[in-house]
Design a protein around this ligand. Structure first.
Ligand SMILES: [Zn+2]
Length: 90
């Protein structure tokens, strides 16, 4: 595989959008080509920082945790309200 082609496919490779065959070829090429290896590690870094590619997953996880807490909070609030009503009316 040509360096130019590998470099062009790297963004897709990082997003796991390449096919199985292309991915293998890219990985094989990176093993033997220092230039593309550097390019990949540089891209990985800029992907993590600039586009927040890694952060999106984190935000999703945080949101799921938060949602669970919110639901739990609502459940507790409902329960407390219900207890309050029962105590007041008995
Ligand atoms: Zn190369």
């Amino acid at each position: 595989m040509e360096c130019i082609l590998v470099t062009e496919l790297l963004p897709l490779y990082l997003e796991e959008q390449t096919g199985e065959e292309s991915r293998k070829q890219i990985e094989d090429h990176i093993k033997i080509c220092e230039k593309c290896k550097k390019e990949l590690s540089y891209m990985k870094r800029s992907y993590g920082e600039a586009s927040g590619y890694g952060k999106i997953k984190n935000i999703k996880q945080v949101w799921e945790k938060m949602r669970n807490k919110v639901l739990l909070g609502y459940g507790l609030l409902l329960l407390l309200t219900w207890i309050y009503i029962v105590i007041c009316f008995l």
